[in-house]
Write a protein that binds this ligand. Structure first.
Ligand code: G3H
Length: 496
């Protein structure tokens, strides 16, 4: 058990003796009243007071761009981040175990999450060196010699998601930090303890007040921060509802930059010409990796009606091979769901589909034991069902039979989401005819492969309610900075 009684603010690990929030793992153990989530620790339930103190510290450290951190050279900022990465690697085992226990991610995927994060930091450092080289060249135009640089934006409020508590928090925090901004970071509700082993490294590697934590309920801590008008950048990976509410709290929303990665309901489309076994393999990966708890997951699958029976047979066979169990088991595919209320919600989705003519067509589909839910294929899904429009974020594969390709295109047009799509087809002409409509509706079209964020050097964004701004190694560096210029007119005085 990890009972955190400290938080990082203004360069100090401050002691906390106020109320705490208990952390329960999604992993359940038998008790006298049946299966119960295991208590694995607790963390400070901070209040608005501590949040505002952290804001003051970040504001003072930025000091209108005159602070030590925003004025440090790029090379020195890189050196601090490198030092942080060394210290982070010393905590590798602890952090991986905390990811596994806190959100129920398999040990293999928790390890990948940690290692991918370190790789992301290294790629970010390389990209920043490139950007710095390119942007610091002199340009001469119309008698003016100019040199540009990428400058920070100010105080960044950084809020990551529960499904990648380390990796996705750091895909915004690290680029924001390395560009010279100062940071307030609020860990996700499920995935808070994951960060505890890294707080001292933040304290030791960066000047006072550059990185500060915000603990406590979002409703008690975040409104004051937003209403202060002192947050220059809001970066959140989570729901569009929360993002909109937070943006509205800022008194001068036109002065707020928002970098957001939000809801998505990515569709797979399987045409008559598709290699069905390959499509099934990718769709299972895309729909069920980390139990479907990914914004990039495939959350609905359209299959041409002439091949749907064969597709469903192959899909059921593939799903029956999956291994369900505890996250520390070798080769486990489906693990306990991170959010306690999720199994009940998924049950409601299945019942709603059944009430509108759908069926669970695979053996054990939807069967639940505490927070473990066996993947369910629901067929046929239609537009009256929750599963047609809601982002289930869990292990259900809704399958919609279609007759004309206009049906999935219309689905995408009507959708409030616009992140990605996967098209499965073996016909080059058909593929090229489908790229154009979809590429103007979503931000990434995947051909014969699942939807995903990576490789991390690729731009990651979305249209409509799915995103604002772009992440990725290079794009994130741009998103958390502005290109500013020092321009000198070539006249007699300046020639001296
Ligand atoms: O939850 C949303 C993540 O961006 C998904 O990332 O595609 O690498 O699993 P991923």
């Amino acid at each position: 058990e990890v009972h955190q009684r400290e938080y990082l603010s203004n360069g100090e690990m401050k002691k906390w003796d106020g109320p705490v929030s208990e952390v329960y793992s999604p992993v359940c153990f038998p008790g006298p009243d049946g299966l119960k989530r295991k208590l694995i620790g607790s963390y400070p339930l901070g209040t608005e007071k501590e949040a505002m103190e952290a804001l003051d510290a970040a504001t003072a450290a930025y000091d209108n761009g005159r602070g030590e951190w925003p004025t440090l050279s790029v090379a020195d900022r890189i050196a601090c981040v490198e030092q942080f990465t060394f210290k982070m690697l010393e905590q590798r085992d602890k952090v991986i175990k905390l990811i596994m226990w806190e959100i129920g991610k398999s040990i293999a995927d928790s390890t990948k999450e940690f290692d991918r994060t370190v790789e992301y930091i290294n790629l970010t450092i390389d990209a920043l060196k490139d950007i710095d080289r390119q942007s610091s060249r002199f340009e001469i135009e119309q008698g003016i010699v100019a040199q540009s640089r990428r400058s920070p934006l100010g105080v960044v409020l950084c809020m990551g998601p529960f499904n990648y508590p380390l990796n996705e928090t750091f895909t915004t925090l690290i680029p924001a930090l390395i560009m010279g901004n100062t940071i307030l970071f609020k860990p996700p509700k499920h995935g808070t303890l994951v960060h505890y082993p890294l707080l001292e490294a933040f304290r030791d590697c960066f000047p006072k007040g550059v990185v500060n934590t915000v603990y406590g309920r979002g409703a008690n801590t975040v409104p004051g921060l937003m209403q202060s008008g002192k947050i220059n950048v809001l970066t959140l990976i989570g729901s569009s509802k929360v993002a909109n509410e937070l943006k509205k709290m800022h008194p001068k929303v036109n002065r707020l930059r928002a970098i957001l990665s939000l809801d998505a309901k990515n569709a797979a489309i399987v045409t008559k010409s598709a290699d069905l076994q390959m499509a099934v393999t990718e769709i299972v990966l895309g729909s069920l990796s980390f139990n479907g708890q990914r914004c990039t997951a495939l959350k609905i699958t359209f299959v041409h009606k002439d091949i749907v029976d064969e597709f469903l047979e192959l899909l059921s066979a593939e799903i029956s091979k999956l291994k369900l169990g505890m996250p520390w088991l070798k080769g486990v595919n489906i693990t306990p769901l991170a959010e306690p209320q999720k199994p009940e919600y998924l049950k409601e989705c299945i019942e709603d589909a059944q009430a509108h003519g759908g069926k669970v067509i695979n053996d054990h589909g939807g069967a639940t034991a505490a927070s473990l839910v066996f993947p369910a294929i629901v067929y046929p899904v239609n537009s009256q069902m929750k599963l047609y429009r809601e982002e289930q974020f869990g292990p259900i594969i809704p399958v919609v039979p279609y007759e004309s390709i206009e049906e999935p295109i219309q689905y995408q047009i009507d959708s409030v989401h616009g992140q990605q799509v996967s098209i499965f087809s073996n016909d080059a002409k058909e593929i090229s005819a489908l790229i154009d409509p979809f590429v103007n509706l979503v931000s990434r079209v995947n051909i014969n492969s699942q939807c995903q964020r990576g490789p991390d050097v690729f731009p990651f964004t979305g249209r409509k309610d799915s995103a604002e701004g772009t992440l990725s190694v290079v794009d994130a560096l741009r998103s958390f900075s502005i290109r500013s210029l020092v321009a000198t007119k070539l006249n007699e005085t300046n020639k001296q």
